[in-house]
Ligand binder design. Sequence first.
Ligand code: KG4
Ligand code: ZN
Length: 335
Amino acid sequence: MLILAIESSCDETAAAIVKDGRELITSVVISQIEKHKKWGGVIPEMASRFHLEEIDSVLKLCSDEASQKIPGFNIKDHIDAIAVTNGPGLTGSLLVGANAAKTLAWLYTKPIIPVNHLMGHIAANYIGTEIEPPLLCLLVSGGHTQIIRVDSYTSIEVIGETVDDAAGEAFDKVARLMDLPYPGGVHLDKLVQSITALGDFATDLDYKFKIPDVPGLDFSFSGLKTAALRLKEKIGTEIWDRDKALIAKAFQETIAEFLALKLRTAVEQTKYKTVIVAGGVAANSSLRRRLSEEFANENLYYPPLRLCTDNAAMIAAAAYHLEATKDLGFEVFSR
Ligand code: KG4
Ligand code: ZN
């Protein structure tokens, strides 16, 4: 079964084709990051306009790439269903993808499969692997920080989540305090890696952040962000700038520790032996190191980076297990 999927929930316009939920045929992602850089973050109204500008060329590219693998490829003869992210995400952005998907489904009389974005991040792990539920998923991105219990391909439950900022948001906000470019988490991690490569060293100031005290499996990151701001005010810009790599390291390691501890509790509660990590923050070097120590005895898996961040292949993979409908009246929602 070949599914063509569209993803446009945030700042990536994407289309992909996946066979039987596991085999990647093609995946095209056009990121808006460069366009949003000048504002230091994603402006929802601009994001939807950019999706509208890109959606047709992304679909054309996806189709052209499929022709290289499947001789004579065309949507009408080869695609079995159209999938599309119907939420959560930025409403205007979701509408662009949903509209394109409905148009294709109507034009080629194909069934349509609306897909929850979180289900997509989980399904990214099924592509090119033999991973199967039950499992636990840590989803850490600019918009989400959640521990999701995945009981089957179609049944998931969020068992822990942030009560305020997402982990990626905390990285981005502290990176901004360090005058690092957007998306901050990436650059903050680079800074940390530049000193980690030199080995441990310390200045006269020992930087430490307290692990937030949040009940159960929930998270909170706004206190950490405020602690960083207070630290900057206390030590002054000059020392902050001098020691910013050390501060970034302490900040990033605290987040990694926090995520690892909560995930450990979730593993103990559920007794699930497979742990997968998804979302942009899954690329973080401290998080990867900490999780590989913590889960040395479980099956720990990260999808390749291009499947970790927003893409449409994960939507196609998730759709494979969901029911298709001929009814184009599905709901598009923002939360
Ligand atoms: O999943 P994603 O591409 O988009 C959504 O938010 O849906 O995640 C982007 C987030 C940004 O906040 C970015 O700063 C963060 O992931 N990020 C990182 C790293 N790479 C991306 N944060 C920390 N360390 C990284 N290496
Ligand atoms: Zn996402």
